[in-house]
Design a protein around this ligand. Structure first.
Ligand SMILES: *[C@@H]1O[C@H](CO)[C@@H](O)[C@H](O)[C@H]1NC(C)=O
Length: 468
């Protein structure tokens, strides 16, 4: 009870803040609509000219090389009035850019259809057309729509059995929030069991479907298990590579097709296109789940097909391997098995490489001052791009000294506290903390701090020009 009333308070506070900022936004919009004087047009021009100068600067060299031209920028800034509160109120807000979050079309969309449902039981038809129609009614969402990603993750609706489970989940979620913020992705955390019989690994599919319905503006839903974390904050999905595919998972065709191994792929992290194909595929996939009368039968079929499967229940990962191997004609050409980099990677193989990787990255930073220049978090993608040429020789995936993209703690369940008995509890949670701090170092750097020891959660502030 205490927990929920505490939540309610936070919620109310949040809502107040929201209303407050909504109000602020409204008033600034009104101002902007009543503001078309020459002075405003002039300021707008000055702003884009300044942006152009900065923009070019950052394309060519995202740092001032030896003789930074701070003074001329400072002079420009003196004569330039910022709209809004930073440097005085000019009575003139810039025109709104990007998605319009305050306007819904009065025309009917799929949401107004009483037969439309978010649940797995209600099949969605003609989704591609409906999404397209929604977008055409909300044109401010069209720019960037082809690449828009919603990260979806979550955990169980009740407190963790593992005494440190909720803390670990919080840090694992923080890591995903960090990655999303740095790259401008939206993120949805689900903490409810949407279908009472689709538990554990089957629970994510109703969430992914509901997320598709709730986010017609997103092209991709990126499911990331709670026990997986981003350990390269710079790396971005090579979406161009996936343009002809609808489902991307980490996997190895030979292991699935020839060896018939249920570990030929991992279903804990996947990227799925928000389209009709994906809904149809998830219907086929989840027809092996515990909510169907076929569940037992599928357990037997999967175990007979994938001989190394250890447990009798039908599971989503083996189910996916089955659809790829046995219904190849139907699905496989739209499924991309990514094996070139750590789309997700097994922690035991990865965690031991963090120290050496940290050292290699520090070497790079000592060599090239551009890489150690302090900067705002918002522009960190441009620094990732500067580092990229140096990483060409590092390779990707196993044996590489590039930061592994996603470290996945398969076999360690932070919330339940269960773990594969090849390990110990201390090993699981200890390595998880190490991975979290390795990732957090990449984030905290832009806030001026670093965890000097990956096994220690404390931080130290970093000096100017670190690590020169
Ligand atoms: C880290 O680097 C050292 C020195 O080059 C090497 O001996 C060691 O094997 C490396 N560790 C790993 C896990 O690769």
């Amino acid at each position: 009870m205490a927990r929920s009333s505490h939540h309610a308070t936070i919620h109310q506070k949040r809502r107040q803040t929201c209303n407050h900022s909504t109000m602020a936004k409204f008033s600034s919009r009104n101002k902007s609509s009543s503001c078309f004087s020459d002075a405003c047009l002039f300021l707008g021009g000055a702003l884009s000219a300044l942006l152009l100068v900065w923009g070019f600067g950052s394309f060519i060299a995202p740092f001032p090389s030896s003789n930074p031209n701070f003074e001329s920028v400072a002079t420009k800034l003196k004569s330039f009035k910022f709209p809004g509160s930073v440097a005085g109120d000019t009575n003139c807000a810039p025109a709104t850019h990007g998605p319009d979050l305050q306007d819904d079309s009065p025309e009917k969309t799929f949401y107004d259809d009483p037969d439309m449902g978010y649940t797995m039981e209600k099949p969605m038809k003609d989704w591609d057309e409906k999404r397209k129609e929604w977008l055409s009614r909300h044109p401010s969402f069209i720019p960037g729509a082809q690449e828009r990603i919603l990260i979806v993750t979550g955990s169980q609706p009740s407190p963790c059995r593992n005494p440190i489970g909720d803390h670990l989940l919080l840090r694992l979620f923080k890591n995903k929030v960090d990655y999303s913020r740095i790259h401008g992705y939206d993120i949805f955390y689900n903490a409810a069991l949407l279908h009472p019989r689709m538990k554990s690994y089957w629970a994510k599919y109703p969430v992914v479907k509901a997320a598709m319905m709730a986010h017609p503006e997103a092209e991709w839903i990126w499911w990331v298990d709670s026990d997986a974390l981003f350990t390269d904050m710079d790396f971005k999905l090579p979406l161009n590579r996936y343009k002809d595919h609808n489902l991307i998972v980490h996997g190895w065709p030979r292991l699935i097709h020839e060896k018939k191994s249920w570990t030929g792929l991992n279903a804990g992290v996947f990227l799925i296109r928000n389209c009709q194909w994906s809904l149809d595929f998830m219907e086929a996939w989840t027809s092996m789940g515990p909510q169907t009368p076929e569940y037992k039968k599928w357990g037997k079929i999967l175990r007979a097909t994938f001989k190394d499967k250890e447990f009798p229940e039908s599971d989503d990962q083996t189910g996916l391997a089955y659809l790829i191997a046995e219904e190849k004609e139907k699905w496989a050409d739209k499924i991309y098995l990514e094996g070139e980099y750590y789309f997700e990677g097994y922690w035991e193989e990865i965690v031991k490489t963090y120290e050496n990787i940290t050292e290699r990255y520090s070497e790079l930073e000592r060599e090239d001052e551009r890489l150690r220049r302090r900067h705002a978090e918002k522009v960190s993608e441009s620094y990732g791009a500067v580092r990229e040429p140096y990483l060409m020789e590092a390779g990707k995936g196993r044996g590489s000294w590039r930061r592994p993209f996603i470290t996945h703690f398969t076999g360690c369940q932070p919330c339940s506290g269960d773990y594969n008995h090849r390990y110990t509890a201390d090993l699981c949670w200890g390595k998880m903390v190490k991975a979290l701090n390795f990732a957090d170092n990449q984030v905290m750097r832009n806030y001026g701090y670093v965890h000097p020891d990956l096994l220690d959660n404390s931080v130290s502030s970093i000096p100017f020009d670190y690590p020169a």
